[in-house]
Design a protein around this ligand. Structure first.
Ligand SMILES: C[S@@+](CC[C@H](N)C(=O)[O-])C[C@H]1O[C@@H](n2cnc3c(N)ncnc32)[C@H](O)[C@@H]1O
Length: 255
């Protein structure tokens, strides 16, 4: 029986709210799916965001680097000494995140790829069908890592369950990660009862995944308008028992 998780959503700039929250309790795991730092337009569809108008990040390369340095350092400070951080990123601004990581004491354990077959058709270049997933730890000698299968490779792929067809996808947010991916990260790098941080909540997928796996979770999101979506998706105020009974995900998780 999975234990009931405690959960909370904090609206505001994570660079202000995370340090304040971490004063009370350190996080065991932080998952970060930061803003892409690109302005979607009809000609920039490499991520396949049809509803691009919902989501426009206003960054220059310099400001994206400065922003990345801040949240990466704040995440470092908010983690317990054996904690881990996953960063999920497309390729466009990955260089600034990697450079920002160089300014911290994080150790990189993996640079994994999530391959999805949901890219937008392109004529004159290869179809983008992957995200980068970095696994970082504070202490290279002591951290949590529970393999999800015997030979757990650093390329993740779920044939039947992919970007865009997540049964938990809801209307109103353009960049939703599938719960199966978030559950894999949480199950690998934390234990039941641990505290997970979801520093760029978006639609609240990580909050839902943490609740489903019995972790406590605090989500951080800048935009007030996503609060309702997050609360709906993460089943705030509703019993999770029903959710477990209706789940269609378990068969996709490699055990
Ligand atoms: C790529 S989306 C995350 C999507 C999420 N993983 C999901 O599955 O729904 C990034 C989110 O970060 C939020 N964001 C951007 N800047 C932020 C900041 N300074 N503090 C907190 N959230 C921020 C955006 O509003 C957006 O919802």
């Amino acid at each position: 029986m999975k234990s009931e998780s405690k959960y909370k959503l904090v609206i505001g700039d994570v660079n202000e709210t995370l340090p304040a929250i971490a004063k009370d309790r350190f996080f065991d795991l932080i998952i970060a799916d930061p803003p892409f730092g690109i302005s979607f337009s009809k000609s920039s569809h490499e991520y396949g965001a049809d509803d691009y108008h919902l989501y426009n990040d206003d960054f220059t390369p310099d400001s994206y680097y400065e922003f990345s340095k801040k949240w990466v350092q704040n995440s470092y400070n908010a983690l317990n000494p054996n904690g881990s951080l996953y960063i999920i990123s497309g390729w466009t601004n990955l260089q600034y995140i990697l450079n920002a990581l160089e300014t911290t004491d994080f150790h990189t354990l993996n640079h994994a790829i999530w391959h999805f077959s949901w890219g937008v058709y392109t004529k004159r270049r290869f179809v983008t069908s992957h995200y980068h997933i970095l696994l970082l730890v504070k202490n290279r000698k002591k951290y949590q890592f529970v393999k999800q299968k015997h030979y757990d490779e650093d390329v993740f792929f779920w044939k039947e369950y992919n970007r865009g067809n997540d049964p938990h996808r809801i209307k109103g947010h353009p960049c939703q990660l599938p719960i199966v991916l978030l559950e894999k990260l949480i199950l690998t790098s934390s234990s039941a009862g641990d505290l997970v941080g979801d520093v760029f909540s978006g639609s609240g997928g990580t909050i839902l995944a943490a609740r489903r796996t019995g972790r406590d979770v605090i989500g951080f999101e800048l935009r007030e308008e996503y609060k309702k979506i997050i609360e709906e998706k993460a089943l705030f105020g509703k019993s999770l028992i029903k959710e477990f009974q209706n789940t269609t995900l378990d068969k996709f998780l490699d055990k």
